[in-house]
Design a protein around this ligand. Structure first.
Ligand SMILES: [Zn+2]
Length: 106
């Protein structure tokens, strides 16, 4: 079977928006986690206590703000977003928010 690249056949698990093969190729949807870039950008923009995605672990006013921690088992083994999160935090994929804000989705 051959899928036309513009058919929106796959759904984001968070927002239920549908995406195409072209969206995947363009980085608007992550096939490994079934979550779209727009949702990841929203997760990254939320405060630490609502989403740790794409943030570093930091201490602010004596409070530990949990973000990505390569030493933590949750981050290295269990989190479904661990690969993308690590890339975002390490700067290899620092474009998640930029890409979405340009599209006006935030
Ligand atoms: Zn989404």
């Amino acid at each position: 079977m051959h899928l036309a690249s513009n058919i929106k056949f796959i759904e984001c698990l968070r927002c239920f928006e549908r995406y195409s093969l072209q969206d995947i190729a363009d980085g608007r949807y992550w096939i490994g986690t079934f979550i779209c870039t727009s949702c990841y950008a929203k997760m990254q923009a939320k405060p630490h206590d609502q989403s740790c995605f794409g943030k570093v672990t930091a201490v602010e006013d004596g409070c530990k703000l949990l973000g990505y921690d390569p030493q933590a088992e949750e981050c290295s083994k269990w989190c479904p977003d661990r690969r993308l999160c690590a890339d975002v935090v390490n700067g290899a994929m620092g474009i998640v928010i930029d890409r979405t804000s340009r599209a006006g989705a935030l």
